[in-house]
Design a protein around this ligand. Structure first.
Ligand code: ADP
Ligand code: MG
Length: 257
C-alpha cells in the first residue's frame, strides 16, 4: 500500500451538485453492468470508487463522459444532460477530463503537442496561448523540462503526469481517473498520486477509481464501493476502511488490505 503524506483539507465540497447520475442502467447483452446507479458528486468533492474487478467501475466512468451509452436513467453535468452526439457532445465531453490506466498519449506528438492539441482543436485557442498554458501545466505536474520529448522517451510516471496535464488543459469541470497508477512501476506511483493530491487540494472535482488506500484515506471525501454493477456502500473513507457495513465490502477489504 502506498502512503501519501498530505491530507485534503483546504477546499471542502460546497454541496452544489456537479455530476448527477439518476437511476442509470446499462447492459452489455445479458450482463446488467450498471444497476440503478444514483450518484451525486458535488463541486469540489473527491469521490474514490473502489470494488472488485468487473464490478462496473470503468463503465461508470465511461458513461459519465458518454464513451459508453446508457440504456436508461440520466446523467447531467452542471445541470445539463450530456447530448448523445455532435459538436455539443465534444464540447461537453471536454468538460470531463479523463485519465486512464494506459496513458494513451499520442505517440507521434511531442509532450507539448499532446497538451496543446485539444486546446487548439476543441477549445479553439490559438497556438501561442495553448503553448503558454501547456508549459504552465507541465510545470505544475513536474515535467516542464520534458516538453520537447516524445512519450516513449518518458517514464511511465512522467507519461501519466503528462496525461493529467493534457486533461487539465481542457479546463474540465470534473476529472475522472480510472486506475491511474495500476500500470506503473511501484516507485512511480507516488509521484502521480501527489499530483492528484495537489489537484484535490486545489478544489478540483474528482472521481477516482483506485485501489490506493492511502490516497483514498487522505484525499477522498467519500468512498463509493461497487460490486456486481451496484453501489453497495457510500460513506466516508474512515468509516469504510474501519467499519464497512456490507459483507461484500468486508470480503473485498480482507483481500486487499
Ligand atoms: P471494472 O472497471 O470494475 O473492472 P468494467 O466496467 O470494466 O469493470 O466491466 C464490468 C463488466 O462489464 C465486466 O464483466 C466486463 O467484462 C464487462 N464489459 C466491460 N466492457 C464491455 C464491453 N464493451 N462489452 C461487453 N462486456 C463488457
Ligand atoms: Mg476498470
Amino acid at each position: 500500500m502506498t502512503e501519501v503524506s498530505t491530507a485534503k483539507d483546504a477546499v471542502p465540497a460546497t454541496g452544489e451538485p456537479l455530476v448527477v447520475l439518476d437511476n442509470v442502467n446499462k447492459h452489455f447483452g445479458a450482463l446488467h453492468v450498471l444497476q440503478n446507479i444514483d450518484l451525486t458528486i458535488a463541486r469540489g468533492e473527491v469521490v474514490v470508487v473502489i470494488g472488485p474487478s468487473g464490478s462496473g467501475k470503468s463503465t461508470l466512468c465511461r458513461a459519465i463522459n458518454r464513451l459508453e451509452p446508457i440504456d436508461s436513467g440520466s446523467i447531467t453535468l452542471d445541470g445539463k444532460p450530456l447530448p448523445a452526439e455532435g459538436r455539443e457532445l465534444a464540447r461537453l465531453r471536454a468538460d470531463v477530463g479523463m485519465v486512464f490506466q494506459s496513458f494513451n498519449l499520442f505517440a507521434h506528438k511531442t509532450v507539448l503537442q499532446n497538451v496543446t492539441l485539444g486546446q487548439i482543436k476543441v477549445r479553439r485557442k490559438d497556438k501561442a496561448a495553448a503553448e503558454t498554458s501547456a508549459r504552465a501545466l507541465l510545470d505544475r505536474v513536474g515535467v516542464g523540462n520534458q516538453a520537447d520529448k516524445y512519450p516513449a522517451q518518458l517514464s511511465g510516471g512522467q507519461q501519466q503526469r503528462v496525461a493529467i496535464a493534457r486533461a487539465l488543459a481542457m479546463e474540465p469541470k470534473v476529472m475522472l481517473f480510472d486506475e491511474p497508477t495500476s500500470a506503473l512501476d511501484p516507485e512511480m506511483i507516488n509521484e502521480v498520486l501527489e499530483v492528484m493530491q495537489q489537484l484535490a487540494r486545489d478544489g478540483m472535482t474528482m472521481v477516482v477509481v483506485t485501489h490506493e488506500m492511502g490516497f483514498a484515506r487522505s484525499a477522498a471525501n467519500r468512498v463509493v464501493f461497487m460490486s456486481d454493477g451496484q453501489i453497495v456502500e457510500e460513506t466516508t473513507p474512515d468509516q469504510f476502511f474501519t467499519n464497512p457495513r456490507s459483507d461484500r465490502a468486508k470480503d473485498f477489504l480482507s483481500k486487499i488490505l
